[in-house]
Design a protein around this ligand. Structure first.
Ligand code: HEC
Length: 411
């Protein structure tokens, strides 16, 4: 008995799905639900446009077990997270990093937290679907025109015909006694399939395959051999076709990969042809007595020389150059016999020494003093000598070194 123009369904031959009662206010529905609950029906449900407080007790619904399922899933996630990290960093690949212990719970909290959340979240979704028997693409109520009002202002109660207590007359009488606005038969849905649409199933299959693909490829790469270089998504300079030390090269007849420089090769900017500037020597090999033209005795160069002398020379030779720097003081305090005192730079032979020879001493070292050519630039070596000369003057100046105008003050 269909009271309204339902959507196409062969109601005549379709078996009865259940009895649908419609109410126009929530209170009536709650009262009706209480009656049905007390009559001990099992397969029935209520449908409302919004959640109604008190509906769960009115229907006699027990609290869901979902929280427990999620709790155990979360616990499993936590154990898996901690366990997997323990396994990787203590058992499978124990690797000392900065002397830290292999195992520290603090370092593993973030991952364990994440796996806990991940397992809980996925389980919540999965268990919710499973407990509700979803997905359930078709439902006989979908064919009821009136039922569409469930999203607006009507309240429904459906008792299914498969319920053990269901009886065509008794159940109808029970529902009549709840004073529904409309009471109606619901026929089984013979029109729509209850299977998921092929499109969705197909999409799920494709997505699943795509999700597995990277793992499958990675696995294949691990277990198989290839003479092709690995695929690098961002190659940068990972794969350079160069020959490593001692490797063979098919390019040369003698197959040696390591080749000497072509005779006479000089790196760019390293020609250093100027003997005066780079070696402190004049043509013919004598030590230069003058500064190279690149190093003018300017205030700027002098300051630079003072700075570099303070960094590289003063630790041994002392700030004033008397051979009493901190390193010497400490070494002498240790009293060990092999220490040679840094030379006092205020000695006559050093005052006379050509600047070229001083340059050579700084560059290559002299007797027990190490060379500083690899640390101090060419220009700075000359600047240091400039400053050294000033230091030397400071302890052995002639009256002629004082400007004529101020010589009178000396007396
Ligand atoms: C690590 C300590 C140390 C530092 C740093 C050092 N020297 Fe020396 N220097 C020595 C010692 C020691 C000697 C004496 C070597 C010997 O007689 O065996 C010496 C000797 C010298 C001499 C005398 C060379 C000669 O012909 O007798 C000069 C000049 C000199 N140093 C200049 C410098 C300058 C300039 C610097 C800074 C660039 C410098 N030293 C940095 C320890 C040092």
């Amino acid at each position: 008995m269909s009271t309204d123009n339902d959507k196409a369904n062969d109601t005549g031959s379709a078996p009865l799905h259940g009895l649908l009662a419609e109410y126009d206010n929530p209170t009536a529905l709650v009262r009706a639900a209480e009656k049905v609950r007390d009559a001990q029906y099992e397969h029935w449900d209520t449908y409302t446009p919004f959640p109604i407080h008190g509906m769960d007790p009115a229907m006699g619904i027990k609290p869901t077990v979902l929280p427990w399922i999620v709790f155990w899933a979360g616990l499993t996630g936590c154990v898996v997270g901690v366990g997997f990290q323990y396994w990787t960093s203590v058992i499978d690949y124990p690797w000392v990093i900065s002397g830290k212990p292999f195992w520290s719970i603090a370092a593993n909290v973030p991952i364990a937290f994440e796996t806990t959340v991940l397992f809980s979240a996925l389980t919540t979704l999965g268990a919710m679907l499973a407990l509700n028997g979803l997905p359930h693409p078709s439902h006989p109520l979908d064919l009821k025109r009136r039922f569409a009002k469930v999203t607006d202002d009507r309240f429904f109660l459906l008792i299914e015909a498969r319920d053990k207590k269901f009886d065509a007359t008794d159940t109808r009488a029970l529902l009549e006694s709840t004073h529904p606005a409309v009471l109606d038969d619901v026929a089984e849905d013979r029109v729509t399939s209850d299977k998921l649409p092929t499109v969705i199933l197909g999409a799920l299959a494709v997505l699943t395959t795509l999700a597995i693909l990277p793992f499958a490829l990675a696995y294949k790469a691990r277990v198989s051999k290839s003479d092709q270089p690995r695929i690098h998504l961002v190659p940068n300079m990972d794969n350079q076709p160069h020959i490593k030390a001692q490797q063979e090269s098919p390019i040369f007849a003698d197959l040696r990969g390591m080749r000497g420089d072509v005779p006479g090769t000089v790196a760019q900017g390293n020609l250093q042809e100027d003997d005066h500037l780079y070696r402190g020597k004049l043509e013919g090999g004598a030590w230069a007595r003058t500064f190279p033209k690149e190093i003018a005795p300017s205030e700027q160069n002098m300051k630079r020389g003072e700075r570099e002398f303070g960094i590289f020379c003063a630790p041994c030779h002392g700030l004033s150059g008397h051979g009493d720097g901190m390193i010497h003081e400490r070494a002498a305090a240790l009293g060990q016999g092999t220490w040679v005192q840094p030379t006092n730079l205020h000695q006559d032979y050093l005052r006379q020494q050509p600047v070229g020879e001083l340059y050579n001493s700084i560059t290559h070292g002299v007797r027990n003093m190490p060379g500083y050519g690899h640390q101090v630039s060419v220009e700075d070596r000359w600047n240091i000598i400039l400053y050294m000369r000033a230091l030397q003057r400071s302890t052995a100046a002639a009256p002629t070194d004082v400007p004529e105008s101020e010589r009178g003050a000396l007396k």
